[in-house]
Unconditional design. Structure first.
Length: 489
């Protein structure tokens, strides 16, 4: 791999490492801020929701106290006794109920007037007026009591019907003692409200009837507003954050968002998150919810009730615009991406400088080395720096200079050597001629020697034959002498 490629990879790695580190830092910061806001918002929703539950509980306690009012109990006892003397109660109730419903709104027939003008109804009206004067709004839009047969016995204003025993709230209050209904539009009171229904019992615990108080939603909304505007640091109603109080099925009861519609249903995506949440959790954060192209972050808390009051299943939601909430992180992100851009530019400039200062000179040296390898020793590299690359260029120039000197010395040495070889050749030629003459002379001598040797060998053979002849003669002489001695003897 070329140095230029390695340098490019190194700088790309540095830039990627910085970008990845920046992105990780941004994600960690966003997650930390998201968790902080989510947890703090959930704590706030729990606190507010708990106070709303306590407020409703206190209203339940107030109604329970009303059920102990002797005037109310006497009215129900008297009404039950009167109904006990009626032969056909069902027919009587149906007749009165038809007359009741047929009476136009805002008008009272003598029967209804008689119920409103009794002592128990006057007590209930006094209680409603007292609370209205105290809080500057009508806390209970209406209160009425139905006897054990379900017929209205005392009331603060005309209700929608006379017979109540067929209503689910009446039956639930009779069986459970306390029933709190979900929010709905009350036609007789013409307000959005929740029903607080209490079983009325005599001193012996016998069932006398049911007291129903229609709690104006304004009471809850006022409490809600007081709590969120008094203690919130999230600017409710601003573009940054909105509070929403919703029913169990996702309908909006109240919202700090301008222009909301009561009972407006939240988006299915939010409701789906509520539905899949585990019961022991008090909040969750929706990370990727789009509303008009803007990401939203939600924290919530469910109504848990208070003491023996189990709650109405409402949910308090804080909705945050992440563009506003995560503005510090987004600012940090912009800064880091800006720095990343600067790092990329600086890396490019540094890379270009290194490429010019190292890679280009190295390429020149490589090209020069190839030229030298081809036999061109007059190549010279221009030195532009005093760093290691410049030193390398100087070393290369010195090497080529030394090679040129060596080449010249070799050429001169070769010339001298040629001359010496020529002189030596001449000398060797003369010597060869002399040697040839000597050789010829030697060949003559050898030929003479060979002839002499042959003559010598002939003479030697004759001498051997002569010696053998002398030896034979000596043996014959010896033998003769020995034979002569024998004859003498």
């Amino acid at each position: 791999m070329k140095i230029s490629q390695k340098l490019i990879l190194v700088f790309i790695g540095i830039v990627l490492a910085f970008v990845i580190a920046a992105q990780i830092s941004i994600n960690i910061s966003r997650q930390a801020l998201e968790e902080t806001i989510g947890e703090n918002s959930a704590m706030l929703t729990r606190e507010i929701m708990d106070k709303i539950d306590r407020n409703i509980y206190h209203k339940i306690e107030l109604m329970q106290i009303y059920t102990k009012d002797l005037i109310l109990q006497d009215a129900l006892i008297k009404s039950n006794e009167e109904f006990g003397q009626i032969e056909n109660i069902e027919e009587y109730i149906n007749q009165k109920d038809e007359e009741w419903v047929a009476t136009p709104a805002g008008k009272l027939n003598p029967f209804i007037r008689g119920l409103i003008d009794n002592r128990a109804s006057e007590e209930l009206i006094e209680k409603i007026n007292f609370l209205e004067e105290k809080y500057d709004y009508r806390v209970f839009s209406e209160i009425f009591a139905a006897n054990k047969y379900g017929a209205v016995a005392a009331l603060t204003q005309k209700t929608s019907d006379y017979y109540q025993a067929d209503e689910q709230w009446w039956q639930a209050a009779k069986e459970e003692g306390v029933h709190v209904g979900d929010i709905e539009y009350d036609r007789s009171a013409a307000v959005y409200s929740i029903d607080i229904c209490i079983r009325v019992e005599g001193e012996a615990g016998d069932f006398l009837g049911v007291l129903k108080a229609v709690l104006n939603i304004e009471e809850i909304v006022s409490t809600f507003k007081e709590l969120i505007f008094a203690g919130s640091t999230y600017r409710p109603g601003s573009e940054m954050s909105n509070f929403k109080l919703i029913t169990g099925d996702g309908r909006v009861i109240f919202s700090t968002e301008p222009g909301f519609e009561i009972f407006e249903r939240l988006g299915d995506q939010i409701i789906a998150n509520f539905e899949k949440e585990e019961e022991h959790l008090d909040y969750f954060v929706v990370r990727e919810l789009k509303d008009k192209g803007r990401e939203k972050l939600f924290s919530h808390s469910h109504s848990k009730g208070y003491r023996d009051y189990k709650g109405v299943g409402w949910t308090l939601v804080i909705e945050h615009d992440t563009e506003e909430v995560f503005a510090p992180v987004n600012k940090l992100s912009n800064i880091l991406w800006g720095i990343s851009g600067i790092v990329v530019i600086v890396a490019f400039l540094v890379g270009f400088f290194i490429f010019s200062a190292i890679v280009m000179p190295l390429r020149e040296i490589t090209y020069a080395a190839q030229e030298v390898g081809g036999g061109k020793l007059d190549v010279k590299i221009e030195v532009k720096s005093k760093d290691e690359v410049g030193q390398l260029a100087n070393s290369f120039n010195k090497m080529t200079s030394d090679l040129r000197k060596a080449q010249n010395e070799i050429k001169n040495g070769a010339k001298l050597l040629g001359q010496k070889v020529e002189e030596r050749t001449k000398e060797l030629t003369a010597v060869n001629e002399e040697q040839k003459e000597i050789k010829q002379e030697l060949e003559k001598k050898v030929d003479q020697l060979q002839r002499f040797n042959k003559a010598a060998v002939g003479r030697e053979m004759k001498m051997i034959e002569l010696k053998k002849e002398i030896q034979r003669l000596e043996e014959e002489l010896k033998a003769y002498k020995q034979g002569k001695k024998k004859k003498k003897a």
